[in-house]
Write a protein that binds this ligand. Structure first.
Ligand code: CUA
Length: 255
């Protein structure tokens, strides 16, 4: 059994973990204090305690103390929310949603993903660097990327709403018919990682599972050439469903 967050294999995943840790650091002590307070109250003011209505008694909590404690608790919660909000915005603008930086980087690997019930179809530009051309490499439930390079994926769906989920990269993005959404990230280690669908999308939702393999850069290049050649050999011009690619959308729609 695995307890805790999934292994993080990404450059920016720690930003999500940091946010979760901050929330836990404040809320777990708060939960313990509240639980102890509740138990103490049950013990002190149980059935054997005579119910006497009074104000400012020794055993009852004094109003001034109650107000002070409430202000402290409110201050802690407001501070936590303010820090989380500011940090989240900085992380989104600077990293998770910084598509402009990925577009500008000449090393960026671009991939198109077309989700459908119940699989992830992927398209890589072949040696010509263009999407939707004859030398595209096509895969099913099998994404491969090089380690250490920025990855930019554009996603759409041909049927219902799916959700592209990479737990080991702390990424989740809705995949919506009729529009293109995107994610960007960088893998920091090689290995095989799960792609899950995180949106209920029909009876076989649970089967909508793929594999993301992170390879050393040279292995990736070799694999891509092979995949491109294979896809060209298998290409059937009459199979319209297989030609689902689109021209890369360089404009950055704000998610
Ligand atoms: Cu696709 Cu759930």
């Amino acid at each position: 059994m695995h307890i805790g967050l999934p292994h993080d294999a990404s450059l920016d995943g720690f930003r999500i973990d940091r946010l979760i840790a901050l929330g836990a650091a404040i809320q777990i002590p708060l939960l313990i204090i509240l639980a102890l307070w509740l138990l103490a109250s049950v013990k002190l003011w149980g059935p054997r305690h005579a119910a006497v209505f009074d104000r400012g008694s020794v055993r009852g909590l004094r109003p001034r103390l109650a107000i002070s404690l409430s202000i402290v608790a409110l201050g802690v919660l407001v501070a936590q929310d303010a820090i989380s909000w500011a940090q989240s915005n900085r992380d989104l603008d600077g990293h998770f949603w910084n598509f402009a930086a990925a577009e500008a980087d000449p090393r960026t690997i671009r991939i198109e993903v077309n989700a459908h019930q119940w699989a992830w179809a992927a398209r890589y530009p072949g040696p010509d660097g263009e999407f939707n051309s004859k030398d595209d490499a096509l895969t099913l439930d099998d994404l491969r990327i090089p380690v250490g390079l920025p990855i930019l994926i554009e996603l759409t769906s041909t049927d219902v709403i799916h959700d592209f989920y990479l737990p080991n990269f702390r990424l989740k993005q809705d995949v919506i018919p009729g529009r293109v959404t995107r994610i960007t990230f960088t893998a920091t280690e090689t290995g095989a990682f799960e792609i899950a669908c995180s949106q209920y999308c029909g009876v076989n939702h649970y089967k909508m599972r793929g594999l993301l393999t992170v390879l050393p850069a040279e292995d990736y290049q070799r694999w891509l050439q092979l995949a491109s050649a294979n896809s060209q050999a298998l290409d059937d011009p009459a199979d319209r469903a297989a030609h689902w690619g689109w021209d890369w959308q360089a404009e950055t729609p704000r998610p």
